[in-house]
Design a protein around this ligand. Structure first.
Ligand SMILES: O=P(O)(O)O[C@H]1O[C@H](CO)[C@@H](O)[C@H]1O
Ligand SMILES: O=c1cc[nH]c(=O)[nH]1
Length: 246
């Protein structure tokens, strides 16, 4: 059945997906794939297919926030996708995390509305353990710096007590902030989909968030490198997962 938001159906027959937030990132994923074919572009959901080392892969943007990410997870599951890796950006909540460093989320603080609509806050937002390990192994093999830890997913960028809120989560050891990881993990776990989230740090801890995100959008070198790395790590992780389950 044609899914109403992503405008894709099960005839695709693809099990693995990369989920960037930004539709423009879909092009940068395509540059690492073979046999690329554009599929659909409806609202924030832009998609294309390709192969990586022979593995069929779908790239679909989810837009900003947990609500649209949750819709993407549900509709992708309806068409047979069983493993999804978010290719995101984030702001650091710790000073040792550099621009372009990768964060592998081993859990997410559920400060978003979408995940709460699905389950009581005591339900943990966690990735698939095997898929997370495939991501770590792929990054380690390349020798690229990465951090594994908790992230905080939120719904609001410009609230008045932003600094206070960020300081509180930083003091609790949370590594970074994004807006979709908690919804991806929660919905994925509830629906039996394997998920992981890789975040490229685009804002140094304590720096101006809006300005730094603008630099990333403008192609700042280190964050562009972090993005290329997270894409390659995710593709390699999916390849490893497919090899393990073959
Ligand atoms: O770059 P993406 O993947 O969209 O991720 C981050 O960037 C957006 C905010 O600028 C939010 O979606 C946040 O999660
Ligand atoms: O602080 C930040 C930076 C990027 N993306 C977020 O969601 N938060």
């Amino acid at each position: 059945m044609l899914q109403p938001h992503i405008q894709l159906d099960e005839s695709l027959g693809i099990r693995c997906a990369l989920l960037p937030g930004d539709p423009a990132r879909v092009d940068r994923i395509a540059s690492h794939l073979q046999e690329v074919q554009e599929l659909a572009y409806n609202r924030e959901f832009r998609s294309l297919r390709g192969t990586y080392r022979g593995v069929p892969v779908l790239a679909l943007s989810t837009g900003i926030g947990g609500a649209s990410a949750a819709i993407a997870v549900e509709e992708l599951r309806h068409i047979g996708v069983t493993a999804m890796i978010r290719i995101g950006s984030c702001g650091a909540l710790q000073k040792e995390i550099d621009l372009g460093d990768l964060i592998f989320a081993c859990g997410a603080i559920r400060d978003d509305g979408a995940s709460r609509a699905y389950a009581d806050l005591r339900y943990p937002a966690v990735p698939d353990d095997g898929l997370l390990r495939c991501c770590q192994a792929a990054a380690a093999e390349q020798g690229w710096p990465f951090h594994t830890g908790l992230v905080r997913s939120h719904d609001s960028f410009y609230i008045d007590d932003q600094e206070e809120v960020s300081n509180r989560w930083s003091a609790l050891g949370v590594l970074g902030a994004d807006m979709e990881t908690a919804a991806l993990f929660t919905v994925g776990r509830l629906r039996g989909v394997r998920t992981a989230s890789i975040l490229n740090n685009v804002v140094l801890w304590g720096r101006d968030t809006a300005g730094s995100i603008g630099d990333y959008a403008g192609g700042e070198d280190r964050t562009a490198l972090g993005e290329a790395r997270e894409i390659l790590v995710a593709l390699e992780a999916l390849y490893r997962m497919e090899e393990e389950t073959r």
